[in-house]
Structures are given as C-alpha cells and as structure tokens.
Design a protein around this ligand. Structure first.
Ligand SMILES: NC(=O)C1=CN([C@@H]2O[C@H](COP(=O)(O)OP(=O)(O)OC[C@H]3O[C@@H](n4cnc5c(N)ncnc54)[C@H](O)[C@@H]3O)[C@@H](O)[C@H]2O)C=CC1
Ligand SMILES: O=C(O)C(=O)CO
Length: 323
C-alpha cells in the first residue's frame, strides 16, 4: 500500500506508517502542489496524508480510488467534504491533541495586543526606545475583565480555562449549541452574538470556517464592540474581514488585535497590520510545538492505517459514509 504525504511530517507519524508496512512518499519541495501535480502524485497512492493543501472537487473526482484521506489538521475547511462523502472516501482529522497549544497561542496574542508587545519590540530594533516614560507605552490589564469566546469547542474551552485561571476573567460565549459541560466547569454564560460583541473585553474566535462564520467579524460587528476591546483570531483568517478590521483599529472602534490566521496566508510583508500599534500577527503557528505536531502526525497516521485496513477511521469528519 502506498501513502503520499504533501509535506514532510514528524518522524513520530512517519514511523507508524512505515511500521505498518506502507511505502511512503513525502513531497519535500517548499511549496504547495498544484491540483494537477497532486492528481499525478496520487495516481500511485492508496492513501493521502494532506497538510495545508486545497482538496477540491476536481482533485477528488480524479482521485476517487483513494481509500482514505488523512488531514494533518483539525480544520477541514480546505476539503470539499461533500464530494469526498459522495465518492465514499473517508476523511480524517486530528482533534483534541492541538487544543492546548492553539489556546496558548491565542493567550499569547491576547497578551501581546494588551501590552502592545510586538509594536514595542519594533521600537528597540528601530532605535526609538529612548527612556523610561511613566506616562507612555501603557497597555491594558485583563484581570477581572470579560472574555467572549466565539465557538466554545475544544480550543475555546482551553482558552477560557487559561484566561479564567490567570486573570479570573468572566467567560461568556456564543456557539451554535450550548456547551453545558463548560457552563458547569467554567461558569461560562451563553449569550447572543450581539451581547458577545457588546460585553466582551476580549473576543477570541474558535469556530470552524463555514459559510455561516465566513466574514462574521465585519464592520458591523466591530462597531458593536467596546472601544477598549481586543479581537483575537486563531481559527481561520476568513472569519474576519481584514479591511474592516484595519478600519476599526484606525478609527479606534476597537483597541487591538491578535491574529494567528490571515486571509490570504502568507500575509504580504507590507500589510498595515504588521506595523500598527496594539496588533500582533503570527504566521499560523497555533499548533506549532514539537509535542503537538508529533501527536497530530500520529493521529493522521492512525487514520491512514485504519482506512487502509478498511476499518472506520478513529477521527472521521464524514462519519456518514459508514451508515
Ligand atoms: N491556528 C491554528 O494553528 C489552528 C486553528 N484551528 C482552527 O480552530 C477551529 C476550532 O477547532 P476546535 O476547537 O478543535 O473545534 P471544535 O469543533 O471543538 O469547536 C468549534 C466550535 O465552534 C462551534 N461553531 C461552529 N459553527 C458555529 C457558528 N456558525 N456559530 C457559532 N459557533 C459555531 C461548534 O459548535 C464548536 O463548539 C478549527 O476548525 C480550525 O479552523 C485549529 C487548530 C490549530
Ligand atoms: O489544525 C488546524 O486546523 C490548523 O490550522 C493547524 O494546526
């Protein structure tokens, strides 16, 4: 059995695949494959382990022989799941193991925006750090503030735990469904989207990218937020409208922002967000720790192994193919 992998993955996952007796080919070029290249590579493969590739209808229809597609991510917005399901190709993802690391990144971005850390760092590089000024470079304290989580799933819960534990923040959330476990564990309160915007000192986005969440944080949403609020997005860049975010920051409708995800990725080096005060931008490193990336590669390998054995994937995103 042959497995094509669209990126070099950690040894931990690779070993599981090799120990299972599969022949593995990794794409080592530091660029994404085109759809045509991916179709060509997959002609040889029985399974695909995909990191960061767009798996569209054209690719899936040309690769309907694949017995399994394992994503090296929890997000699956870059896969045409409807087509994969129609073609009965099981698709697996990597939930849970990356929740802590990604929440750590959200926390880092929240803190960095609150204390203007990225901007102040640049003043050292440019030689503009002159002397200690008691009235300048002032940030925000978060103790006792309100954290608003948009999408209180696995990562959202981890972010809420960190903010409650560190700063005693009150947690409110808006979700597709109530999360009663989190309400009990964290004392989190369910609110409407409008109340989330109005009441939060920090809004942290943790939903999947879907037609309902795309562009959700737009001019209208930023207008309803507190002028002292910080907007954090570690989910997907398309959930906020970048132009509207830049205007909201320039017009001081909100105070700051922390982004691990942008639209497009990579963000262009001249993007104004990279030099604005109270803004912190990272290059999609939410899950990027050794421990977490090892664990993700193992889950992806487990999905491949189950799929190639004809078994149900341990982490399927289209479980309906089994019914
Ligand atoms: N920056 C990074 O490196 C990473 C980003 N992510 C992103 O984070 C997202 C969330 O991951 P998890 O917490 O593991 O997923 P999850 O499925 O546990 O949580 C997502 C939550 O959002 C809610 N939701 C979905 N649609 C909604 C809507 N229209 N309105 C309100 N709530 C809605 C769901 O009910 C669920 O509670 C992923 O889909 C991925 O896009 C995930 C890992 C790393
Ligand atoms: O898992 C995901 O969805 C990511 O964005 C990277 O870990």
């Amino acid at each position: 059995m042959n497995v094509f992998i669209t990126r070099v993955i950690p040894e931990a996952g690779l070993k599981l695949l090799k120990d299972a007796g599969f022949t593995v080919k990794q794409w080592t070029e530091k660029r994404k494959l085109s759809t045509e290249e991916l179709i060509e590579e997959c002609k040889w493969a029985d399974a695909l382990l995909s990191a960061g590739q767009q798996l569209n209808r054209e690719f899936l229809e040309a690769s309907a022989h694949l017995k399994v597609i394992a994503l090296n991510s929890v997000g699956y917005d870059n896969v045409d799941i409807e087509t994969a399901t129609r073609l009965k190709i099981p698709v697996g993802n990597t939930p849970g193991v990356l929740s802590g690391a990604t929440a750590d990144t959200a926390f880092l971005l929240m803190m960095s925006a609150a204390r203007n850390a990225f901007f102040m760092h640049k003043t050292i590089i440019s030689g503009d750090w002159d002397f200690f000024e008691p009235t300048a470079n002032l940030g925000k304290e978060l103790t006792g503030g309100t954290l608003g989580i948009f999408g209180l799933g696995k990562i959202g819960v981890e972010m809420a735990k960190r903010c409650k534990g560190a700063f005693g923040m009150k947690v409110i959330y808006h979700n597709r469904n109530r999360n009663e476990d989190a309400e009990k564990e964290l004392g989190a309160t369910y609110v409407s989207f409008e109340e989330l915007l109005k009441q939060s000192d920090v809004i942290s986005v943790h939903t999947a990218l879907t037609p309902e969440t795309e562009g959700k944080f737009n001019a209208e949403a930023f207008r309803q937020m507190k002028s002292s609020a910080i907007f954090v997005n570690t989910a997907r860049g398309k959930i906020h409208n970048e132009e509207d975010l830049i205007s909201a920051l320039n017009e001081k409708l909100i105070w700051g922002a922390g982004l691990d995800v942008t639209n497009p990725e990579p963000m262009k080096p001249g993007n104004p967000l990279l030099t604005m005060p109270h803004v912190a931008v990272l290059p999609h490193i939410g899950s990027a720790t050794e421990t977490t990336r090892d664990a993700m590669s193992k889950l992806a390998a487990e999905n491949i192994i189950a799929g190639l054995k004809g078994e149900r994937l341990p982490f399927p995103v289209n479980p309906e193919i089994y019914s």
